[in-house]
Write a protein that binds this ligand. Structure first.
Ligand code: SAM
Ligand code: DTB
Ligand code: SF4
Length: 336
């Protein structure tokens, strides 16, 4: 098993990014197969349980009140409706059910319904993940007690670029929530978005922030920006298509995440819809081993089951069944 390190320097991570592409891919694929089944991909399904009207100003997000994206604000979904949707996801072969709310943070009055949802989805035999914004230690403990398996809270980019994308909360506040989640015993899911106009140096800083957390996140979603019209970043991309991330650079980011966080599940997340099969195949080769299935993300379209089945067929890949082999994300003792 590969030694887990949390003392990566920015220079080491920049050196990985700078490797010749085939060498980087080879190293990432080697780390991948030492720690995971290279032909198996975890399937996760997303559901927006509370959409739109979010007071935060994340420059990429269709659900911010600052965006003119046409997304309508809704109330928190009824528990039964969420369970119905989870049952469908299970029927479609999903292993994990991820539920998102467009909140800065959940209010205490929301917690009883959230707890009921977690318990219900879990009883169906699905892994549960929630992303509800910032959490207090007490809220994290309530979710842990309800049996929540994962909490998603992305750092999105490097600490430097973060401030240019979001002004209504700081990266440090983000890290505080991650710590509250970790302390409660819930598994951590944290990643970010590539293609927001950030530099290579920002991508280095992004991976560095995650790979030097005291314990690596168990799941690392790597999203490609979905350019939604009416959002600051979506409009920027429509106006200057040259700003679109280069596919090879995206694959490099996946590869560096795999090498620096060997045991984590690296999720090829939003943005697959506009990626070729060949680029997705390179991502799997570079160590991505999880995807979002279904035809919708939170508000944006996703590739869809038929297209994924065809892709898996083409690549000879299968859906991960049951538990991943024990993933001890703690720092390993150095080998003698
Ligand atoms: N409000 C909660 C929060 O911000 O943590 C949860 C929901 S939020 C939509 C979850 C994550 O989705 C964000 O942190 C961001 O990384 C990702 N995301 C949102 N809009 C996106 C877009 N247009 N393209 C790619 N990723 C996006
Ligand atoms: C993550 O990293 N990506 C997912 C999930 N975590 C919550 C969300 C992607 C959202 C894509 C844009 C949308 O659907 O609005
Ligand atoms: Fe709100 Fe989350 Fe969207 Fe930011 S990413 S605007 S916090 S829903």
């Amino acid at each position: 098993m590969t030694q887990i390190r949390t003392d990566w320097t920015r220079e080491e991570i920049a050196d990985l990014f700078n490797l010749p592409f085939t060498e980087l891919l080879f190293q990432a694929a080697s780390v991948h197969r030492e720690n995971h089944a290279p032909d198996q991909v975890q399937l996760c399904t997303l559901l927006s349980i509370k959409t739109g009207g979010c007071p935060e100003d994340c420059g990429y997000c269709s659900q911010s009140v600052k965006a003119d994206s046409g997304v309508e604000a809704t109330k928190l979904m009824d528990v039964q409706a969420v369970l119905q949707s989870a049952a469908q996801a299970k029927d479609h072969g999903s292993q994990r059910f991820c539920m998102g709310a467009a909140w800065r943070n959940p209010k205490d009055r929301d917690m009883p319904a959230i707890v009921e949802i977690v318990k219900g989805v879990r009883e169906m035999g699905l892994e549960t993940c929630m992303t509800l914004g910032m959490l207090t230690p007490k809220q994290a403990d309530m979710l842990a007690e309800a049996g929540l398996d994962y909490y998603n809270h992305n750092i999105d980019s490097s600490p430097e670029y973060y401030e240019r994308v979001i002004t209504t909360r700081t990266m440090d506040e983000r890290l505080d929530t991650l710590e509250n989640v970790r302390n409660s015993g819930i598994n951590v899911c944290s990643g970010g978005i590539i293609g927001m106009g950030e530099t290579r140096e920002d991508r280095v800083g992004f991976v560095h922030t995650l790979a030097t957390l005291e314990q690596h996140p168990e799941s690392v979603p790597v999203n490609a920006l979905v350019p939604v019209k009416g959002t600051v970043l979506g409009d920027m991309l429509h106006d200057t298509p040259l700003a679109k991330i280069d596919d090879i650079e995206f694959v490099r980011t996946v590869a560096v995440a795999r090498i620096t966080m060997p045991m984590s599940m690296v999720r090829l997340s939003a943005g697959r819809e506009s990626m070729s099969d060949a680029t997705q195949a390179l991502c799997f080769m570079a160590g991505a081993n999880s995807i979002f299935t279904g035809d919708k993300l939170l508000t944006a379209p996703n590739a869809g089951d038929d297209s994924d089945a065809a892709l898996f067929d083409r690549l000879g890949m299968t859906a991960l069944q049951g538990e991943e082999p024990m993933r001890a994300c703690k720092v390993a003792e150095p080998a003698e």
